[in-house]
Write a protein that binds this ligand. Structure first.
Ligand SMILES: *Cc1c(COP(=O)(O)O)cnc(C)c1O
Length: 229
């Protein structure tokens, strides 16, 4: 044999995640094409990102504005079709930088940030689609809008002409995520929103079965993060 058959060829983490997305979508009677894979590259150096770009992958996520600024403008200059998602808690004083850099923001969670983002979008002449992040487990220390406050925040976003794609959550750690995903999906349905940003490396297949349109996957694609680097 001169080359490995497709059955035995080793697959890359990206191929494995694509296969898992397709499996989960099929079980749920959905099209895999309806699920955006956001490759969360926080803490990863540009050298770890380039192999994904080389396969044609274009959707990435970062959680810190400053780190994203150091990595992505150059990569976007090379690949103008990159879609960069901001997935981390956002300080209002970083709104202008976030609007300049991100193509989608997943962490709109409070009126003060909404006001700052609306102002930054007006100034930049660019509307950035957003997800409203919901504190779905009602955890005191966690980012995200309280469940009861979501309708008012959505109404304020409409008034400010901020395009809202849907809802986003990070469920409580170390417990079954499915009930939280199901609750977020129900809230989105009730609000007439079609986007659901939910699911990370440990639970993205479950999230897809429950309707996720955007899964945010880091570790399963890049390996463990090294925060000391
Ligand atoms: C880091 C991060 C992810 C990716 O987490 P993994 O478990 O590494 O897949 C997803 N969403 C948010 C908001 C994150 O901060």
């Amino acid at each position: 044999m001169t080359s490995a058959s497709p059955d035995t060829a080793p697959s890359t983490p990206l191929e494995e995640v694509h296969a898992a997305i397709a499996r989960a979508a099929r079980i749920a009677g959905r099209s895999p094409a309806d699920v955006h894979l956001v490759a969360v590259s926080k803490t990863q150096p540009v050298e770890a990102i380039r192999p994904l770009l080389a396969t044609g992958h274009r959707e990435f996520g970062e959680n810190r504005v400053q780190e994203a600024q150091s990595k992505w403008p150059a990569l976007k200059a090379e690949h103008p079709d990159i879609v960069l998602h901001g997935v981390g808690q956002l300080q209002s004083n970083k709104a202008a930088d976030a609007v300049a850099l991100f193509d989608c923001i997943h962490s709109l969670d409070r009126p003060s940030l909404l006001k700052a983002l609306a102002h930054a979008m007006d100034a930049a002449g660019r509307r950035i689609p957003c997800f409203v992040q919901v504190n779905i487990g009602e955890e005191p220390q966690k980012g995200g809008c309280a469940i009861a406050d979501v309708p008012a925040l959505l109404a304020a976003a409409r008034d400010a002409d901020i395009p809202v794609l849907g809802l986003m959550c990070v469920p409580p750690a170390d417990v079954e995520a499915a009930p939280y995903f199901a609750l977020l999906a129900k809230m989105a349905r009730d609000e007439g929103l079609s986007g659901l940003s939910m699911g990370m490396s440990g639970d993205y297949e479950t999230a897809i079965m429950l309707g996720a349109t955007h899964v945010r996957v880091g570790t399963a694609l890049f390996g463990a993060r090294n925060y000391s680097a």
